[in-house]
Design a protein around this ligand. Structure first.
Ligand SMILES: Nc1ncnc2c1ncn2[C@@H]1O[C@H](COP(=O)(O)OP(=O)(O)O)[C@@H](O)[C@H]1O
Ligand SMILES: [Mg+2]
Length: 366
C-alpha cells in the first residue's frame, strides 16, 4: 500500500499543490516554516480523517479562504483508491472513498494505517492522561471496529451522565433510576474497553521493550542496562466497576461529573522503575518515544496485515546522524513500506537516503 499522489487546496499554508510520490522514500526539505510539517499533516489527514496537530478542523483552512480539499490517490492491493477529504466553513467534514461519501468517518479508520513520529510526540510524556489514552485507543481501534464503537458509546454515556448530574445539582433533585440506567451502560461498554486495553498492553509492552532495547543497544558501546516498562493504570484493577460507581456516587453528585471509570485510565511510562517524565534524560525520552511509535508500527502491521505508511517529521530533532542512519536503514528491512521524511537540510538527508539503495524523491519546498 502506498500514496501515489496528493493534491492539496487551501490546507494550512498551501494554496494549491500536487505531489507525485515514490513508492518507498519521499523527503520534504526546506527552511523552517515552508510547510514541510503541513504536507505530512495532510497525508496524516487522509488516513485519520483529521489532522495530527490541530484538533479544531476549521483552523486547518488556509487563512482568508473558506474551504480546504485534500485528495489522495493510493495503490492498495493492486487497486487505485481515491480518498478525498474536504471541509467548508460552517459545514461538516466530508470524506469520500472513490467518490462515495462515508456515512460515518469512523468507517474509514484503519483503511490506510499510518504512524507518525514528530517532535510534538513529547506531549505523550509531559501532558495529561488524555493523550496516552488516545494513543492506546487509536491503535486498538485500527483492527477492532467493535472497540471503537464501544468507546464512542461509552464517551457519549459519560457526557449524558454528567449532564444529568449537573441537572440534579441545579434543580436540587435526584433520581437513582436514571443514574442506574447510565451506570448499566457504562459497565457494559467500560468493562469491554478495560478488558481489551489490558490485553492490548500485555502484548504491546513486549513489542515496545524489544524496540527500546534495539535502539539502546545500537547506540551504546558498553553493556548498558536500562529497563523500561509500560503499565496500564486503571481504577478497575482495584475494584469492580459497579462498586466503584456506587461508592463514588455521592462524590459525583458533589463534583457534578463522573469521577470514576475507564475514562480516567492512564499509561505509565517508566525507566529503571521511575517515571520517565521525572527522571528520563532528553535522550532517553526521545528513544522511549521512538520505541513507542515503532512498536505501534509493528503492532498495527501484525494485526491488520497492512504495512503502515511512516511519517518522520523533523528527523534530526530526535536523533543524531548515527541514529537517523539506523532508522532509515530499517526501511531496507523488508518489513517497512512507504516513508515520508522532513528535514531542514537537503544534503544530509539525501546522503543518508542514498545509503539505503532504495528509490526516493526529494521535494524542495520554498
Ligand atoms: N491555516 C493556515 N493558513 C495559512 N498558513 C498557515 C495555516 N496554518 C499554518 N500556517 C503556516 O504554515 C507555516 C508552518 O508550516 P510548517 O509545515 O509547520 O513548516 P515547517 O516546514 O517548518 O514544518 C507557518 O508559516 C504558518 O503560519
Ligand atoms: Mg516542521
Amino acid at each position: 500500500m502506498f500514496l501515489k499522489k496528493i493534491s492539496i487546496i487551501n490546507y494550512k499554508n498551501f494554496a494549491s499543490k500536487t505531489f507525485e510520490f515514490d513508492a518507498k522514500i519521499n523527503c520534504f526539505v526546506g527552511d523552517n516554516g515552508v510547510g514541510k510539517t503541513n504536507v505530512l499533516d495532510a497525508i496524516y489527514y487522509l488516513s485519520n480523517t483529521k489532522g495530527y496537530f490541530n484538533s479544531v478542523a476549521s483552523q486547518n483552512i488556509r487563512h482568508g479562504e473558506d474551504f480546504f480539499v485534500i485528495d489522495g490517490e493510493y495503490l492498495k492491493d493492486d487497486r487505485i483508491e481515491n480518498i478525498n477529504c474536504s471541509l467548508k466553513k460552517g459545514l461538516k467534514k466530508v470524506i469520500k472513498r472513490n467518490g462515495k461519501e462515508y456515512e460515518k468517518l469512523s468507517e474509514h479508520i484503519g483503511f490506510l494505517p499510518l504512524v507518525i513520529i514528530s517532535p510534538s510526540d513529547s506531549n505523550l510524556i509531559v501532558e495529561g492522561s488524555d493523550l496516552r489514552r488516545k494513543f492506546m485507543d487509536s491503535i486498538i481501534s485500527l483492527n477492532d471496529k467493535d472497540y471503537l464503537q464501544s468507546l464512542l458509546k461509552y464517551n457519549k454515556v459519560i457526557s449524558q451522565r454528567n449532564s444529568l448530574l449537573k441537572y440534579f445539582a441545579a434543580n436540587h433533585t435526584f433520581d437513582s433510576v436514571n443514574i442506574e440506567i447510565y451506570n448499566e451502560q457504562l459497565i457494559k461498554y467500560g468493562t469491554e474497553l478495560y478488558n481489551k486495553r489490558k490485553d492490548f498492553i500485555n502484548e504491546f509492552k513486549i513489542i515496545f521493550k524489544s524496540r527500546y532495547e534495539h535502539i539502546i543497544n545500537n547506540s551504546k558501546n558498553e553493556n548498558y542496562s536500562e529497563k523500561v516498562s509500560l503499565l496500564y493504570k486503571t481504577q478497575l484493577d482495584r475494584n469492580d466497576f459497579n462498586n466503584l460507581l456506587k461508592e463514588n456516587l455521592e462524590r459525583d453528585r458533589i463534583l457534578q461529573f463522573s469521577s470514576v471509570g475507564v475514562h480516567k485510565d492512564d499509561l505509565i511510562f517508566k525507566i529503571n522503575g521511575y517515571p520517565i517524565k521525572k527522571i528520563g534524560s532528553q535522550g532517553q525520552q526521545k528513544s522511549f518515544l521512538i520505541a513507542l511509535k515503532l512498536a505501534q508500527f509493528d503492532f498495527i502491521k501484525k494485526h491488520t496485515k497492512l504495512t503502515p505508511i511512516l511519517l518522520l517529521d523533523d528527523i534530526f530533532d530526535k536523533l543524531d546522524e548515527k541514529r537517523v542512519a539506523q532508522l532509515i536503514d530499517l526501511v531496507n528491512e523488508a518489513n517497512f513500506g512507504q516513508l515520508f521524511i522532513s528535514d531542514t537540510h537537503a544534503d544530509r538527508t539525501e546522503k543518508l537516503i542514498k545509503i539505503t539503495k532504495q528509490t526516493y524523491k526529494m521535494f524542495v519546498l520554498e
